[in-house]
Design a protein around this ligand. Sequence first.
Ligand SMILES: Cc1ncc(COP(=O)(O)O)c(C=O)c1O
Length: 449
Amino acid sequence: MEEGKKKEKILREQVIQAAIKYYEFKHKDSRQFFPGNRIPYAGRVFDEREIVNLIDSSLDFWLTTGRYAERFEREFAEFLGIQHCSLTNSGSSANLLALMALTSPKLGERRLKPGDEIITVAAGFPTTVAPAVQYGAVPVFVDVELPTYNIDCTQLEQALSVNSKGVMVAHTLGNPFDLQSVRSFCDRHNLWLIEDNCDALGSRYLYNGEWRYTGTIGHLGTSSFYPPHHMTMGEGGAVYTNDTTLKRLVESFRDWGRDCWCPSGRDNTCGNRFTQQFGELPHGYDHKYVYSHFGYNLKVTDMQAAIGCAQLDKLNGFIAARKKNWTQLRENLAELADLFILPEATVNSDPSWFGFLLTVREQAGFTREEIVNHLEMKGIQTRMLFAGNLIKHPCFDGMRRSGKGYRAVGSLENTDRIMHDTFWVGVYPGMSGDMIGYMSDTIRDYCTK
Ligand SMILES: Cc1ncc(COP(=O)(O)O)c(C=O)c1O
């Protein structure tokens, strides 16, 4: 090895060893849990390997998408058993890219146009719906079922109109929606299916007799790597697909709308950089600067991807811990079924749970607000099912008043019930058996006081 390289390797190793010491001093958590200590609903779980990757990448000082991003996209696609993964800077960006890819003129008649309809639900996270609204498409809301908290497939045919172009919906808190019904509905009516898989990484569904990861059954799937999620990069997201055309479109919208697909820092991957005709440009205009879409820049940095690579190695363990914690809570709280609607996995699914949902029954003798306040006071962090009913939020004020820009099928009774009576607590891998025990005891004690 030449002298300069040798020296660089030694210096890099010194920095990394110092970072490991820093991790052990500052972040390594060997504290014991005592009842009453704060139990967050979620959080990043990491060790020195994430920090080593982060430092390694920062020392490259490549900064933008690079070797770690390429590795992550390849290994994440392998994990999911899908052909293409495109990294992006958040789950919301992933949803935006998935939807915008469908607006490309390159899709001809199947293209999503302003005024076309996207079937979805209102009980969930806003950025599953926002991209459709931002583009000028019309969200059509159907109700959800309890106790799966997922789209009620019996309402799909009613939601259909001549303007329907797709279904875009999330697997609620890790519980897969009925993919068999939704995908066959989409196939029957020539609709696109986007699976918002941001809360469900590692969930599986028995589709046509084969166990597959959620996010890989629709035309496009999305992930979020924001810290509370199943794995993290700080900020980050991904879009995945088996369709090479859709992958190209996603990356075009992600990378400024360009037609070229060279990785950053590389030229002439297609071998036709100066020989093609586009639009009314002069023949041979540099393909690197040809724009087939009005795009964004939603790429990740290589530092984010470097953290993701270390997290991906731990993903199977994270998924197993989430399942174990959820199952433990479910068993501990089973006796409270007359006070709460307890969560149930969708038929033919194996969820990688994001959280544990509870809906307070009418006859419980306490309200959601009362029990949530009590749990928070006892140190147990709680969450709502995100928007509850998105249509009731200020962002919908204008549309609600005018009655334009969206449609709802029926009264969305369960969605409203969730908005009033539902909350959830965490099951993330940073939780110990003691914490799960304390959470269960605190909920039980409150209910039997
Ligand atoms: C279902 C769902 N979709 C999308 C997102 C957005 O992800 P991000 O926070 O990475 O933008 C979230 C965020 O938690 C989510 O829960």
